[in-house]
Design a binder for this molecule. Structure first.
Ligand code: GDP
Length: 315
């Protein structure tokens, strides 16, 4: 059982998810939250990771580090997305098994479900059909991570669990104009348009694909909940169970950032998968539900973005 004094490793502690999990743990009084800083260890390097686990002996691991990116980054750098994600879970899970970690949580991603599976997507849809082409390499790496959790559980009896979050957003997200996901990408574009007084903002694709968005603080809360209550081999979806079109998302961001501006759609950019909504009934039946509405989340993320723009630019 997770206790206030447990030694808890959160990988990727500077990233969107890792930083939220650290905030959530520290906010609840967990005293021994460890991180494997990039300067101390490269998570793709098996020897370095083994050494780090031998030296630090975590009891619980939130393995939430990953190389992530939006549709453009994934479709132009598939080899990097596959290599980095594959290597990171291969090293961390093996070291966790070898040093007798009590429990480990691994995160998949909703894009690893087949492109055309029935919506909302149930956990059982995994590996039932072909993947969406724009992120298939990333998806294969993540699927192998889920499978690794099950394999360590089957072969060695490890309590390794996995969860499948939907599209996430919030503070410490990547706001890069091309590499980011849609929500932070558009937030930045609307903000720049507001500053320059532009008349319109361009949205990639047709605006008709549907996506579900979960605030990362809600995800962090769900991760801790699962670490405390979930011990099954199969993965479990984490989302809101509600989706919007990209046009509706753009309108929500516009209303917060720059209400006067017009929207235009660049249909030369890919739409990606038409719909990606998770069925969250399994998680709700365990007693967990999201709290932050999209509107509230966009507002607080934009406040954070505005106060941190200077340091974001420095990176
Ligand atoms: P996906 O969920 O894996 O497809 O990843 P994204 O978050 O990158 O994209 C979601 C949808 O938003 C796709 O249909 C994109 O074409 C669309 N989109 C519209 N404008 C943007 C933008 O500025 N950046 C990104 N990344 N996607 C955008």
């Amino acid at each position: 059982m997770l206790e206030k004094g447990s030694r808890i490793l959160v990988t990727g502690h500077r990233g969107l998810v890792g930083s939220a999990v650290v905030r959530r743990l520290k906010g609840s009084g967990f005293e021994s939250v460890l991180n494997a800083d990039r300067n101390a260890v490269d998570l793709r390097d098996s020897r370095g990771v083994d050494q780090w686990f031998d030296d630090n002996r975590p009891e619980f691991v939130f393995h939430v580090a990953g190389r992530v990116g939006g549709i453009w980054a994934n479709s132009t750098q598939p080899a990097d997305f596959l290599y980095d994600n594959l290597m990171m879970h291969a090293t961390v899970l093996r070291a966790a098994w070898r040093t007798g970690v009590t429990k480990l949580l691994y995160l998949g991603s909703s894009c690893i479900y087949p492109r055309d599976c029935p919506q909302p997507i149930k956990e059982e849809s995994l590996l039932t059909g072909p993947l969406e082409k724009t992120n298939d390499a990333y998806a294969i790496a993540k699927i192998s991570g889920l499978m690794s959790c099950e394999a360590y559980r089957r072969q060695h009896g490890c309590n390794f669990i996995s969860a499948m979050p939907t599209n996430l957003y919030g503070q410490n997200d990547n706001f890069h104009p091309e590499q980011s996901h849609v929500l932070p990408g558009l937030m930045r574009r609307f903000d720049e348009a507001r500053k320059s007084g532009a008349e319109s903002v361009t949205i990639w694709g047709s605006g008709s694909p549907r996506r579900e968005f979960l605030h990362v603080d809600d995800l962090a809360d769900a991760c801790v909940f699962l670490m405390e209550h979930y011990n099954e081999p199969g993965t479990i979806n984490v989302g809101t169970g509600v989706d919007v079109t990209i046009r509706e998302l753009a309108e929500t961001i516009r209303d917060v950032v720059y209400p006067e501006v017009k929207l235009t759609f660049d249909t030369s950019k890919p739409d990606g998968t038409p719909r990606k909504l998770l069925d969250v009934s399994r998680l709700e039946a365990l007693g967990w539900r999201y709290r932050t509405s999209l509107k509230e989340g966009v507002r607080s993320t934009y406040d954070w973005y505005r106060s941190n723009q200077a340091s974001l630019r420095a990176h």
